[in-house]
Design a binder for this molecule. Sequence first.
Ligand code: ASP
Length: 438
Amino acid sequence: MKVVKFGGSSLADAASFANARDIVLAEKDRQVVVVSAPGKRFSGDNKVTDLLYIIHAHLKYKVSFDDIWENIASRYREIARGLGLKLDVEALLAEVRAGFVPGATAEEIVSRGEYINARLMADCLGADFVDATQWLFFDFNGRVNAGKTYAALRELGREHPRMVLPGFYGALPDGRIHTFSRGGSDVTGALAAAALSAECYENWTDVSGILMADPKIVANPRPIERITFSELREMSYMGAEVLHEETVFPVRQADIPLYIKNTKDPSAPGTLIREEFGEDSVEEKNRFITGITGKQNYTIITISKARMREDIGFVRRVLEITEHYRLPVEHLPSSIDSFCLVIATRNLEGCLHELLTEIDERCEPDRITVCDGVSLVAVVGRRMARSTGVSGRIFETLGRCGINIRMIEQGSDEINIIIGVMNEDFTQTIRTLYESFT
Ligand code: ASP
């Protein structure tokens, strides 16, 4: 049995709904379907979830929202009509609209986007609708209660072998609706897959899997066919936008393969994400790197002190100060008589001078220098630890292009090499590295 999840752009209108239906029906193992709310149909269009947030704001300030509701309702009507659904869509819309009363929470209101979509999809597939409040349970602190959630869905799965589940929300212990952060239907799908020990979790979207580089920087980057969860974490942390952050934990824990697939190209392999891949396959042997990604606007603060190594506790004292300012330090490259703090520039706004003064007074370094406008570029690849020549190629390529490297760091698990370059070289660095590795 497979759990399949469709994102909003794959369910934006009747035509895309029909395409999603065909994908589900193409394999009889695709028994559990999780849906988002309708997304944008074209650039400049609105996502239903965004419109629902606006309705909540109107309700709060007692401003009429009839036209916004009409906009939403007409989208669902178009889907129901286009698919020739039997369900009474007007009654469904009236039921939802009746809940938009003063005092309704934002979460109750925005969750209705997924609720209506799941009702329509269930009708379209002839499968059972199972509401998220029946199985996806949060504790009062907003964390998913996995034990209770998994047990409830397993039980429901016995009664409803083919079911459609709305993504994005669940219930608090008192029954009130709670939502994940934006994009959270990905997490719902992962929880359903883990609960039901699915053979795999297919996350259907409108791109051909995870790409080797940002398509805004590199023209037509190749999709990554196979990536490990750790590599994915590096790629997302360093800026690649793929899945909701919390998605991977349930499937990773349960060792369930996760596929990212493209609704516009269903037969394309997409990306398979797993804990690890067998060493011996040809695919593995030919692999050099998995992807290249990066983030801009970092500050490097270099703290130098002669015989720093002999001043036991020097680094700790500096880090106590950054801790006091609650600054996340992203990297800490060091040499014998100096080390650097690499910190996102936005986190230093308003506290840089105080921070430097405090380091100067309490740690008495010989010199502190600050370099702004730095970008971090990560070359990610699980086989780098076993391949020779990756860093050689990085430095050779960048050197040839006249790009000055300000910082180098290799992660201790050797699945990434991070290089710091100036912001103005960011795009060129990613493009050049992509070309040299593909
Ligand atoms: N509809 C919600 C959003 O737009 C959740 C989701 O699509 O995953 O964020």
